[in-house]
Write a protein that binds this ligand. Structure first.
Ligand code: CP
Length: 308
């Protein structure tokens, strides 16, 4: 197979196993390219991409922009906080105005779940979801599972636990879909109040004891508590959360085996992860960020090749 089954990347749930395989093989090639002294290829010289960020971002925004520039695409950046959205302009009007400038592809981060799907039905451009509310963050899950493959050889047969605020996390849902498509066994671990009721229907294990979860897994993906998405308290205090669901060196050293620690960022040091773990060789957090550029180059390249 040499092309994706989709014209947009709206979520992992729309991909199949072969799509992920193709994205990874293409990313392998681009990872080699970006480690050369000349890191740029002319592949997308005739493509224009708009990065529309209606929510804050560091990693995803910079990683997409770098990926687009490495592919020689023309890039325009839009940040909602500095735009006419503040004057009441709708999403469709905003995007249609941008598209009238002859844009081929839109990368969108938006606080509302389904923003990418909505756009894909109303505009003629290839859409990449860079995170939509608490729904999906597909390129994050692709780079996360690519990083597991890189470190452990394959994803198939591995036990992966996602720890923390599952309820408000788009990273969790996309990772569950991506890990299962690749044959991993998935567990979620966190306070009961931060684990959605439907989660077991997705075929994942649920555990509320962190030590039990860490003893089971090969990889632990630590999530941040997403206070900005909470309108009530879900646990008594941050201190108590850290005591029960924070990972530290002492806990890791007391396990039967050495596990891999991941984090999508941004990290809250001293809350879900201590600095001695985040900065240790067990953590592949910066490898994830590095791999994000190759994965996004692969996704953009493969979707661009489908633009008529
Ligand atoms: N992982 C991630 O999405 O980080 P940003 O919010 O900084 O893009």
């Amino acid at each position: 197979m040499s092309e994706l089954s989709v014209n947009h990347l709206l979520g992992i749930k729309y991909l199949n196993k072969q799509d992920i395989q193709l994205i990874f093989e293409t990313a392998d090639h681009f990872k080699e390219v970006i480690n050369r002294s000349i890191k740029k290829v002319p592949s997308l010289r005739d493509i224009t991409i708009a990065n529309l960020f209606f929510e804050n971002s560091t990693r995803t925004k910079l990683s997409f922009e770098l990926a687009e520039k490495r592919l020689s695409a023309d890039v325009i950046n839009f940040s909602a906080s500095q735009s006419s959205v503040k004057k009441g302009e709708t999403l469709i009007d905003t995007v249609n105005n941008i598209l009238s400038m002859k844009v081929d592809m839109v990368v969108i981060r938006h606080p509302n779940a389904g923003a990418g799907v909505f756009l894909s039905k109303h505009i003629k451009a290839s859409i990449i979801n860079a995170g939509d509310g608490t729904h999906e963050h597909p390129t994050q899950a692709l780079l996360d599972t690519y990083s597991i493959r890189e470190r452990l050889g394959e994803v198939k047969g591995k036990n992966v636990v996602i720890v923390g605020d599952i309820l408000h996390s788009r990273v969790a849902l996309s990772n569950i879909f991506a890990l299962q498509l690749q044959g991993a066994d998935v567990m979620v671990c966190g306070p009961k109040t931060l684990i959605p009721k439907y989660i077991e229907k997705l075929g994942v294990k649920v555990e509320t004891n962190l030590r039990t979860a860490l003893n089971w897994c090969d990889v632990a993906n630590m999530l941040r508590v997403q206070n900005e998405r909470m309108d009530i308290s879900y646990f008594p205090s941050t201190r108590e959360y850290t005591q029960q669901f924070g990972v530290n060196k002492e806990l890791l050293e007391s396990l039967d085996k050495e596990i891999i620690i991941m984090h999508p960022g941004p990290i809250n040091r001293g809350v879900e992860i201590t600095s001695d773990v985040a900065d240790s060789n067990q953590a592949i957090i910066l490898n994830q960020v590095e791999n994000g550029v190759a994965i996004r180059m692969a996704v953009i390249y493969l979707l661009a090749s489908k633009i008529k």
